[in-house]
Design a protein around this ligand. Structure first.
Ligand SMILES: CC(C)(COP(=O)(O)OP(=O)(O)OC[C@H]1O[C@@H](n2cnc3c(N)ncnc32)[C@H](O)[C@@H]1OP(=O)(O)O)[C@@H](O)C(=O)NCCC(=O)NCCS
Length: 378
């Protein structure tokens, strides 16, 4: 990863400036720029919201275009490891993409985004994800709205059974206990308790925990700095304890609570459906595949080894992408089309005119179970 400062001539045309990572001494200037451009109305600093992004160990991932000491454009990224039933995926999470309002439409963000995608690929990231309502802007870099995110709108108390759980409304709780429960998820990022400790202290965030004696049975986190107001974006625990906790939050906050749930949390979604809770179907984010071959190899191993689909294949030939069984294959001309199938929300059986038997088999493979928890979004 290049960390070198380019030689910048005074009076250089903005269009000739190139992106680079920052020096430790520039971190306060960068944070001030981001607070000004993205966090004007808040009384905390952006580095408190993203403790794993804006710190001196993450300098290589903070990319700027700067002229004579003034930051004109910036984006941050971070590689994270996601554990899934198909193995681990290395993912480049991108955020805080911004250009000074006086320097927009001159290609600065384009250069930064392109340089991040090159770096992320070189670091072994298999796909990239970001969250933005500027879909058109990111589509030009090959991102497409993909993945599934279910949001249960909790506007009434859920049915619960009596229990002796003790509920705490404080972020002063054991990071180890939270971390232990978090690791029980089928899809989770690799974190340590120290990171969890930092996440627990993010401003404008409420942490709710349910305990049986000294044992943590469930936790939920609502809010995260400027994001996720009224949204539960991090949680873990067993369903009865989670229901007690969400009832408590509803009572405390006296407003609708939005509970973000991965599509693969089938039992939880069924329970909510049986109680007539409305579940909104959304996208996980804007996703771009960076390494087709690596993703294809993991999916193929899973299909052959776990599902015993011995003739399954997923490959690239002549800049086209194929997946299927023996002579029966689907053909994709662009990675963007495949992204919606790999990560969802499209199910193979929803593809027009697809062979029914093939669709049945492919529906067991795709979409893959993928999810990014709220603390990992940047
Ligand atoms: C979005 C933003 C980062 C773009 O920065 P920028 O430096 O002006 O972008 P660029 O000049 O590199 O634009 C690259 C391309 O995207 C296009 N583009 C720029 N903003 C766009 C938008 N909002 N929607 C669609 N396309 C856009 C440009 O026309 C250009 O296309 P071209 O190369 O074909 O001419 C900038 O407008 C900004 O800081 N906005 C406020 C913060 C924000 O919303 N950030 C994104 C949220 S994560």
């Amino acid at each position: 990863m290049s960390n070198s400062l380019p030689y910048i001539m005074k009076g250089m045309d903005v269009k000739e400036l190139e992106p680079r990572s920052i020096e430790e001494s520039e971190l306060p200037t960068l944070i001030a720029f981001l607070n000004d451009s993205l966090r004007g109305a808040y009384n905390w600093s952006i580095d408190q919201e993203y403790p794993q992004v804006f710190n001196k160990t993450s300098l290589p991932y903070l990319r700027v275009i700067e002229k004579e000491g003034k930051i004109l454009s910036h984006a941050a990224w971070r590689p994270i490891i996601i554990k899934t039933e198909m193995g681990i995926f290395k993912v480049a999470v991108i955020g805080s993409v911004v250009t000074d309002s006086n320097y927009r439409k001159q290609g600065l963000s384009r250069k930064i985004m392109e340089s991040i995608l090159v770096e992320a690929r070189a670091c072994g990231c298999e796909f990239s994800i970001l969250w933005s309502d500027k879909t058109d802007f990111y589509q030009q870099f090959g991102f497409s709205l993909s993945g599934s995110e279910k949001t249960a709108i909790i506007d009434k108390k859920l049915m619960t059974t009596p229990s002796q759980l003790k509920i705490l409304d404080t972020n002063q709780v054991s990071a180890e206990s939270i971390h232990r429960l978090y690791q029980k998820h089928t899809v989770s990022s690799v974190r340590n308790a120290l990171e969890v400790e930092k996440y627990l202290n993010i401003p404008n965030s409420k942490v709710y925990t349910a305990w049986q004696g000294n044992e943590l049975k469930a936790y939920m986190v609502e809010g995260k700095g400027a994001d996720f107001d009224s949204y539960i974006h991090e949680w873990a625990g067993d369903i009865p304890a989670l229901k007690i906790l969400v009832n408590h939050i509803l009572q405390e906050q006296q407003r609708k609570i939005h509970w973000m749930i991965p599509a693969h949390s089938v039992n939880l979604l069924e329970t909510l459906k049986s109680e007539q809770i409305f579940v909104h179907e959304g996208y996980l984010g804007l996703i771009k595949i960076l390494n087709f071959h690596s993703i294809a190899a993991k999916i193929t191993r899973f299909a052959k080894g776990h599902l015993r689909f011995t003739d399954f294949y997923m490959e690239e030939r002549d800049e086209k992408y194929y997946l299927g069984f023996g002579p029966r294959a689907l053909e994709f001309h662009q990675l963007e089309d495949l992204t919606m199938l790999v990560f969802g929300p499209q199910y193979p059986s929803e593809i027009p005119a697809i062979d029914t038997n093939m669709a049945k088999q492919l529906d067991l493979i795709f979409p893959i179970k993928m999810w990014i928890w709220g603390w990992d979004s940047i």
